[in-house]
Ligand binder design. Structure first.
Ligand SMILES: *[C@@H]1O[C@H](CO)[C@@H](O)[C@H](O)[C@H]1NC(C)=O
Ligand SMILES: *[C@@H]1O[C@H](CO)[C@@H](O)[C@H](O)[C@H]1NC(C)=O
Ligand SMILES: *[C@@H]1O[C@H](CO)[C@@H](O)[C@H](O)[C@H]1NC(C)=O
Ligand SMILES: *[C@@H]1O[C@H](CO)[C@@H](O)[C@H](O)[C@H]1NC(C)=O
Length: 422
């Protein structure tokens, strides 16, 4: 009896010890190899997709084995795969004729099996430009390689200035043609008027602002993005690539241009990439910022879309997306809406070469990590300046230094005793 009990206890202790070791191991793997997850866990970072108020717990607990539960953290795309049967993932087709019922919205002009009529002349749309830069692109004989469209608001002057000095500095790729444009709507009232005067002065100085006559609000973000597409379609139709992003982002434009888009290659067509959201369901929680009323979007899945914090596409798509939008009912979730336009064009976003490039959460800073990513989210202008300059001065040995620092730190920790006793 005695022996048995002791044996049993020893056994349990061993088991617990083993389990905690395993836990530590899993944690370490998570921290070291999945650096982007140390910022904000994916599951909490994209609430667009949650049905209820409890982010993703259902989906997680629903997974059959512990293994897949762990994986669901790391490979977010897999979370909803089990029931995403309306998507033909293998064939790379995510839009299924008849799957999306927009009642009268997916109407007449462009039938799904035909290309959008590209001879159609694009007009500025329902909201006229208040501030425009019609010659920004055509002033140079060669079309630019990359146009940056940055969503911002009038009051975020500091953020715009930080971007001008850092990742949006046109001298990042001057010879290739690199254009930066901030996109704004307008504000009402006294404050709106004074902001407008300042904005116009800022525009005179930097010539990098476009603004249309719509109210600048969260629910109008889709209008803002469509303004950018409209601008490229009208004023810069031969740009090789376009990136849409926000003014609180860190964007490694150098990596984007030279490592992902590669100017030495022929520009792609019908290309769209970013943080791919595949098989996601509309948020039906009325208190959520990402709430999607069933009357507006009745389907239980969105087509694949890319997080609005940063997506990149070939210049030809600006016109196609804008034109497709003319027949698609307005939705305030800008990234979802662009995804629906793409689905209508039967274009599936390309997954990025690795899943750590486009982060819609904040990745904790190290020169090594930041020299190998394209987007990271949630920056104060001062942080942007600090990290950008650090990255620039460590560009050529971004990772060697990290490695050395780590080594010397652990080395000096070990050696400390010896040194001081000599
Ligand atoms: C997952 O959750 C859904 C919704 O609550 C439920 O209907 C389904 O049976 C669950 N699946 C598994 C495998 O538990
Ligand atoms: C952009 O970069 C160039 C070259 O590094 C620098 O001379 C210039 O001052 C920068 N522009 C701004 C607005 O900081
Ligand atoms: C046109 O492109 C050249 C490089 O090819 C650049 O030096 C110049 O500043 C550009 N001009 C304008 C007006 O953007
Ligand atoms: C969007 O802008 C339009 C045009 O200015 C305005 O009428 C509408 O109220 C705005 N919508 C929201 C939700 O702000």
């Amino acid at each position: 009896m005695q022996w048995r009990r002791r044996y049993c206890c020893a056994h349990t202790v061993k088991l617990l010890y083993f389990l905690s070791l395993l836990g530590v191991l899993v944690f370490l793997v998570h921290q070291v190899w999945m650096p982007h997850l140390t910022g904000m866990p994916w599951s909490r970072a994209y609430p667009v997709v949650n049905r209820g108020g409890r982010p993703n717990t259902k989906a997680k607990l629903n997974m059959s084995s512990q293994h897949s539960m762990w994986r669901s953290d790391i490979v977010p795309q897999l979370t909803f795969k089990t029931d995403a049967n309306i998507f033909h993932e293998k064939e790379g087709i995510s839009f299924h004729q008849g799957d999306l019922h927009f009642e009268n919205t997916l109407a007449t002009k462009a039938s799904q099996n035909e290309d959008v009529d590209l001879s159609y002349t694009i007009t500025p749309g329902p909201y006229p430009y208040i501030i425009n830069e019609p010659n920004k692109c055509v002033s140079n004989r060669t079309a630019p390689f990359l146009v940056l469209l940055i969503s911002t608001e009038a009051r975020k002057v500091e953020a715009r200035n930080a971007i001008r000095e850092t990742w949006g500095n046109e001298s990042v790729a001057l010879a290739l043609g690199f254009i930066r444009l901030f996109m704004l709507g307008k504000n009402e009232g006294e404050l709106g008027l004074s902001q407008q005067r300042m904005l116009e002065a800022e525009s005179q100085r930097h010539h990098d602002i476009i603004q249309q006559d719509f109210m600048d609000s969260y629910k109008n973000l889709t209008i803002k993005t469509l303004m950018g597409m409209n601008w490229v379609a009208i004023h810069c139709p031969r740009a090789s690539y376009v990136m849409k992003t926000d003014s609180d982002m860190f964007v490694n434009t150098e990596y984007l241009i030279y490592k992902l888009l590669r100017p030495e290659q022929n520009p792609k067509k019908n290309y769209f990439t970013g943080n791919n959201m595949k098989g996601f369901a509309p948020n039906r929680n009325k208190n959520s910022k990402w709430y999607m009323p069933p009357e507006l979007y009745p389907n239980d899945k969105y087509p694949t879309f890319c997080s609005g914090t940063g997506y990149v596409f070939s210049g030809d798509l600006a016109k196609k997306i804008y034109q497709a939008s003319l027949n698609i009912r307005y939705l305030h979730l800008e990234d979802v809406y662009v995804g629906i336009c793409l689905a209508k064009l039967q274009i599936e976003p390309t997954p990025p070469p690795n899943e750590f490039l486009f982060n819609h959460w904040r990745v904790s800073y190290s020169s090594c990590k930041y020299s190998h990513l394209i987007t990271s989210h949630g920056f104060h202008p001062n942080e942007l300046l600090k990290y950008w300059h650090h990255l620039q001065s460590n560009k050529h040995n971004a990772c060697i230094n990290t490695f050395k620092e780590k080594m010397s730190r652990s080395h000096s920790n070990k050696m400390n005793g010896k040194k001081y006793s000599q």
